[in-house]
Write a protein that binds this ligand. Sequence first.
Ligand SMILES: C[S@@+](CC[C@H](N)C(=O)[O-])C[C@H]1O[C@@H](n2cnc3c(N)ncnc32)[C@H](O)[C@@H]1O
Length: 317
Amino acid sequence: MKMSSFTAKNVDKETDGGNISVSSIAKAYTDASMSNSFLDTKSGMKIDDMSKHMTALKNYQQEGQLLVAKQIVNNVLNKNCNIQDKFRFADLGCGIATDLEFWQNEFQTFSPTKSLELHGVDLMNEILKTAKKNLPEAMFWHKDLKDGLGFFESNSLDVIHCRRVLIHLPNAEDLIHEMIRVLSDGGYGILVEGELDTGTLHTEDDRLKKVENSIRLDKFVANPNPASKAYRILKVLEIEGQIKNVQIRQELISLILDQQSFDPCLKMTRGRLSKQMEAGVITEEDIEYFINKLEQAPRTGDPFTSGLMFVISFEKC
Ligand SMILES: C[S@@+](CC[C@H](N)C(=O)[O-])C[C@H]1O[C@@H](n2cnc3c(N)ncnc32)[C@H](O)[C@@H]1O
């Protein structure tokens, strides 16, 4: 296959019974529900030890989010949330509880006297075992968010947070409705999502760009641009009077100067490249060229990667 036609070939949306579109990465999460490893046979993304991978990403992921998150906590505590004697907080798609730990710390710093009820929800059981070790005082739920939040009563939470998960949900709108249902009046919803089309590989090297284009994740996720989609959905609900103060703010994804900081030996990247080679989109020589450049990148500065994330927040009326 010629390089110019790879985009169409890689598009990987499937039909799930009716009209709902699922992605291969969403399916890979479902397949990994009872294990610690992750394999997307379509994109070639493979992670042998998901807990270890998420632990390695911990500092890298938080670097760019602290400012916006702290502003929101400040708002939640001081102005906008009708909180009585304890906070009831849930993180959807909580992974190893990185964000729960962050929010717990922020809450306690701002308001040491209030007690906290923390909930984490995730599809991967083995990930939740690590989450429990990291934060034993929280309650964890092994659930598929595609099935909604039936395990939470209506009006039972003060804050619901969900980061980098809507991208994997074909029915994002349903989850947003569920978030609103379980929030108490005046409660806060916070979504943190990237827009995949803002991801940029900074280089003037056309061969690098072409190879990178072949492995972009847009083609394998359920919602490539979940932040703008969520914002549009929430603005409609705001007009309908169900929620208020819908805001979108921008935050930076940390620059990726050294891909190996979260992908040792570029193992995960190699797997994704191999899939594209099998599909005839790139050659073995392209892979060697790309890998070599990535290995040298911390020294040469060519390439590096940047992108945007957005924090979307709202209050229940
Ligand atoms: C990219 S990770 C983000 C983890 C964490 N929120 C963060 O930002 O570091 C996506 C998380 O969502 C979980 N997840 C994916 N699909 C899910 C689903 N349908 N239901 C529940 N959790 C899901 C995964 O197991 C994983 O822990």
